[in-house]
Design a binder for this molecule. Structure first.
Ligand code: CP
Length: 334
């Protein structure tokens, strides 16, 4: 049984097949690949795009989606093995995943990090626990990576450039300011897929503390060795943007400051100028801009950038629907 927890676990041929199927779903919306099948969408965190696109995607392929929010409309869940459950949780993941597996054909999970201790968060224990106890395929709806977003991003870039790969394309993943420390998931994922597609990737961030976890930097290095791209980290905004073909923006908290965010705040506040604006985009080689959304306008990127023809964020958001249908179809073997 195959899960979709990270794109890195899937071969390039498997990802290419999913992207090709997604492009086909974009041309022909309806299908019967999930006829008589169902998916449980388990959300521990809010969502607009992920929830809507999965529910509609299942419907458009003849399937049915059940949304569960543990602690809100479903029982709070315990994840620690061997624990005495005398706290808030009413049931254990060992039962939750196995019971859901008797009802549905796929289980999908959104569980953000707690942002207190990265050594704990990096274990991705909620997602891994679902995968451990589930007897049906599990899909990552964003935990410490966001593989569905990766595929939507990849499809949008393939459509824009008209190529399967990004070889010879200068790709800038830029940190942007946000008043709160956000998840590193989309940044980890952007780095993973851009290096997988062979781009020349620059990770632009304010200081070395904002470089991502070694696991994802390692994936990036492994990927470029195979794909023929390149990877480097820069703290020089102008140099990073100059000649770029793709600018992908995301804000994230600096890992060394997890749980000590009051100490990170002054550093973050000193880098509001990382906002993506027209002046920076003018340095690019007719570059495209994208973001996973949601995005705070005039904080992460200006109105002018968001409303420019170079912005493909809406296309990428639409592609969530198509790629997720392709992932669901692949996982049920249709
Ligand atoms: N990009 C993304 O996952 O959006 P939502 O948080 O709205 O699902």
């Amino acid at each position: 049984m195959k899960h979709f927890l990270n794109t890195q676990d899937w071969t390039r041929a498997e990802l290419d097949a999913v992207l090709a199927q997604a492009a086909a779903f974009k041309r022909e919306k309806l299908g019967d690949q999930l006829k008589g099948r169902s998916i449980a969408l388990v959300f521990f965190n809010p969502s607009l795009r992920t929830r809507t696109s999965f529910e509609l995607g299942a419907f458009q392929l003849g399937g049915h989606a059940v949304v569960l929010q543990p602690g809100k409309d479903a029982w709070p869940i315990e994840f620690k093995p061997g624990t005495v459950m005398d706290g808030e949780a009413e049931e254990h993941i060992a039962e939750v995943a196995r019971v859901l597996s008797r009802y549905v054909d796929l289980i999908a999970v959104r569980a953000f990090p707690k942002f207190q201790d990265w050594s704990v968060d990096r274990e991705d224990s909620v997602l891994k626990s679902f995968a451990k106890y589930s007897t049906v395929p599990v899909i990552n709806l964003e935990t410490i990576t966001h593989p569905c977003q990766e595929l939507a991003h990849a499809l949008a870039l393939q459509e824009h450039f008209g190529t399967r790969d990004l070889r010879g394309k200068k790709y800038v993943l830029t940190w942007t300011y946000h008043p709160k420390p956000l998840n590193t998931a989309v940044a980890n994922s952007a780095l993973t897929i851009a290096t997988r597609l062979g781009a020349d990737v620059t990770l632009l961030c304010p200081t070395p503390e904002y470089a991502l976890d070694q696991r994802y930097l390692g994936w990036a290095k492994d990927n470029v060795a195979e794909s023929g791209g390149s990877f480097r980290i820069s703290h020089d905004v102008e140099e990073a943007y100059r000649g770029a073909h793709v600018v992908y923006a995301k804000s994230w908290g600096a890992i060394p400051y997890f749980g000590r965010w009051e100490q990170e705040k002054p550093i973050r506040d000193a880098h509001k100028h990382f906002i993506v604006d027209e002046a920076k985009m003018a340095l690019t080689d007719n570059g495209v801009f994208s973001h996973c959304l949601p995005l705070r306008r005039n904080v992460k990127a200006t109105d002018a950038v968001m409303d420019s023809p170079a912005c493909i964020a809406i296309e990428e958001a639409e592609n969530r629907l198509h790629v997720q249908k392709a992932v669901m179809a692949a996982l049920v073997g249709r």
